[in-house]
Write a protein that binds this ligand. Structure first.
Ligand SMILES: [Zn+2]
Length: 67
């Protein structure tokens, strides 16, 4: 189990007796995953949606011009 402090970025296997950060005394500790929270792929999905919307609009304009 790895503890990570959100205030001083302490990372270690031990914490204080009261569950606080041994480096700065903060209680903003997260445990478990040693990696920081990875952002979901919503950014990538948003770009794909945006590109798809633009492609749709351009196709619509071309279709309107041809008819
Ligand atoms: Zn700390």
């Amino acid at each position: 189990m790895i503890y990570t402090c959100k205030d001083c970025s302490y990372r270690g296997k031990s914490v204080g007796q009261d569950g606080s950060c041994p480096a700065c005394g903060s209680f903003a500790l997260s445990r478990g995953n040693s990696n920081p929270a990875v952002k979901p792929t919503s950014g990538k999905l948003r770009i794909i949606l945006l590109v798809g919307l633009w492609a749709y609009l351009i196709a619509l304009i071309i279709w309107k011009l041809n008819h």
